[in-house]
Design a protein around this ligand. Sequence first.
Ligand code: ADP
Ligand code: MG
Length: 454
Amino acid sequence: MDKTNLTASGLWAELSEGIKSSINEQTFATWFEPIRAVGLEETALTLEVPSKFYYEWIDKHYREMLLSKIKSATGKDIKVRYSVLIGEPDNGAHPRELDITPAGPLTEDFYDSGSRLNKRYTFSSFVEGSNNQLAKAASISVADSPGQTSFNPLLIYGGVGLGKTHLLQAIGNKVMFQTPQPRVHYTTSEKFTLDFITAIQNNNSSSFSERYRNVDVLLVDDIQFLQKKEQTQEQFFHTFNDLYQRGKQVILTTDKHPRELYGLKDRLLSRFQSGLIVDIQAPNLETRIAILQKKAEDDNLEIPYEITELIATNVRGNIREMEGALIKLLAYSSLSHSDITIQLAKRALRETLGRSGTKTVSIDEVIQSVSETLDVPEKKLIGRGRKMEVATARQVAMYLSREIVGASLENIGLHFGGRDHTTVIHACRAVKRKMGDKTDFHRKVDGIRSQLEF
Ligand code: ADP
Ligand code: MG
């Protein structure tokens, strides 16, 4: 293929093929199908996406994949730029566009490339709760006087997605902000290991030492991955001692208390224990709600309280997962150009929590739910009464029994006072017809449905 005459859409078509084969269908349909390629220059491909969240999601999850596919399709290092649609594309008005140029290959802008810090993670974006108060306070004092407190090393431990990386990076960002010539380096224990191995292979330990010892503040995330890696631990021990003796600050995180980390050398353990060890626990409901509201506020989003509450109530142990549900909700809402509603939130939650949309529901549950929502006693629903509200509610219950429960016509008939299957067919048709009008009725039925399916 002649790459010199490549158009944006031509390139995008080619990339789409490749992407399709690397991810699952659903993911492709959600995130890639709605994209249009609107510009191609020497160094940048511009993709039009429906919203900012959309861009954030793609950039966060698929950046590497996109860049490598572009590279193999064109042989060039072409960056991706995004333009975001603002306003309704379908009501005729040409969408206004907002250009975003994200980081180039490997997080250049996003991270400060020397320190590897992500500027989003700050103390002010970190919501304090009883679960993380101590960890946050210790982190702030270390950031204010690195190497000067007895909190050296400071070790923060806690479960997945509870904010360890956020705090660690917030320390780094604060130091960067308030020090004239800050030398801060953030790494993970995996990267540390990799750098160490590479240094040995290339016989180049000086660049390794330079990176890890020429700093004032060293932040090492997830040191549980040092377990059983004896040589790396040894190296880490020396790096640590060297920094410590020169009054430099070290901050570490792990997923458990260090005494529960097996396969760590004793002398390393006792080093860790010579400073301060603080934990982060799972946040309570109020804190979870506050975190969601803070995210919404930081991103200028209007999210009704009941929705933050719904998400916070259902996603308990992991803030990252909670954010995932929020992002998904925003993506759905911008994809379908619909408002953020409780129903949409439930759908996003179901997907986040990995529940299938078709949870097993019984006919009795349908009856119960219809009865509550449409305010018709259960007895009347399954009875013979022909009053309009009752008859309509009964039809809805039959329809949902068919749609959600997937029960046979006969079985449904039996549950509703031994009615004939033709009555059930008639009911289902009647409900469908009424729903076609997109009225209040439609919303109500959908409401019951999503309640039942959640
Ligand atoms: P960990 O490193 O413990 O697995 P992270 O630091 O990556 O967790 O946190 C997961 C997500 O939750 C991040 O996006 C982070 O910003 C967010 N988060 C965690 N705790 C808080 C908090 N107290 N306030 C605001 N956001 C938080
Ligand atoms: Mg982390």
